[in-house]
Design a binder for this molecule. Sequence first.
Ligand SMILES: Cc1cc2nc3c(=O)[nH]c(=O)nc-3n(C[C@H](O)[C@H](O)[C@H](O)COP(=O)(O)OP(=O)(O)OC[C@H]3O[C@@H](n4cnc5c(N)ncnc54)[C@H](O)[C@@H]3O)c2cc1C
Length: 347
Amino acid sequence: MLRLGRMRSLASAAAAATAAAVLSLTTVDSGSNGSLGTPPAALRFNALLRRAAGTWSAEAQSLDLRLGGGQLVLRPDAWTSWKLVRATAETPTTKRLVLEPIADPESGITVATSTPLEIPPISCVLFRATPGEPAGEPVVRPYNPISPRYTNGPLTFLVRQYPDGRMSNLLHDMRPGDTIQLKGPFEQYRFVEKDHANQQIVFIAGGTGLTPCLQLIHDLVERQREPEPEKRPSKLTLIFANNTEMEILLREELDEMAASSNGFLDIHYLVREAPLVPGPQLMQGIVSRRYLEERLPPPEQNPLIFVCGPPGMMELVSGPKTKDKKQGQLAGILRDLGYTESHVWKL
Ligand SMILES: Cc1cc2nc3c(=O)[nH]c(=O)nc-3n(C[C@H](O)[C@H](O)[C@H](O)COP(=O)(O)OP(=O)(O)OC[C@H]3O[C@@H](n4cnc5c(N)ncnc54)[C@H](O)[C@@H]3O)c2cc1C
């Protein structure tokens, strides 16, 4: 996997190349007889992007690298159209969806894969669909991308299907080439690394509640390998609860990340139904006071604990967020164990 520093330099190189390419196109156009040839800068730019796309992720290779107007393909202030590249079943109820941007004449935003996207960790993207167009009411729901922080366009999501779920069924029914509208990213928590130097960070996630946690875990594990790790959190612990072993999302990727982190990332799986091979890292049960007490740093060590999961789990562990999506009071097991609002963030 590519190191973050290298990603950053590729991102800024690509951004610089964008400016050069757009400038060069304008110059050639104004001086030409109307037929716009491909200027050398644009060729170099395409080559740079192709190289970057190939290195960043295999998913990026499917990108159509047309030059755009330099605008972002994902914006918090306007809907842009994205098309499904592929959908794969991750578990019996959850699909991995890979989407890429397409030109959108309605919003006037061109395909500008030339401007790399940054999805800050713990951010979500809004999805909008209008079933039964033109009569239907639009459905809007947030989802957390699990793509790397810096990407050249394709975004990957994990979406769980609910039996009566309007958006999740719509997304599970999408076929490659089908389109949907996206807006974002929107930060759910601003994580400033230097404010968490030497702090232990804990994630208590249930099901697809893993997705926002994964963004930050991935980013911090990558950064841990860079110089000056002493300015980073000292340790990450993920407690990941699911109904069955089969439903553990991205288990292979998570285990690989933990194995390559030199003890920086610790993962504990908890499943309701008896696992095939239980062990200290994979236990049967639900999150309980004793389970957390044995695995969490005590309040005196001042850890930061993120909680993200289905309503029942939130209720049990930290108490829910308020109706207007504010943090609300801390309740549940974490309060009983002596943690306060300053230790816990409900996602
Ligand atoms: C900030 C944020 C980020 C999110 N990120 C993701 C993500 O990355 N992946 C993902 O799959 N989901 C994510 N969600 C949940 C997602 O936004 C939708 O709520 C979910 O897909 C259900 O929407 P729906 O339209 O299918 O169901 P709705 O039509 O809204 O609900 C229909 C029925 O589905 C059931 N249902 C809906 N949501 C839940 C739930 N959470 N737990 C149990 N039952 C439920 C209920 O029975 C409900 O009555 C996120 C939510 C938030 C707030």
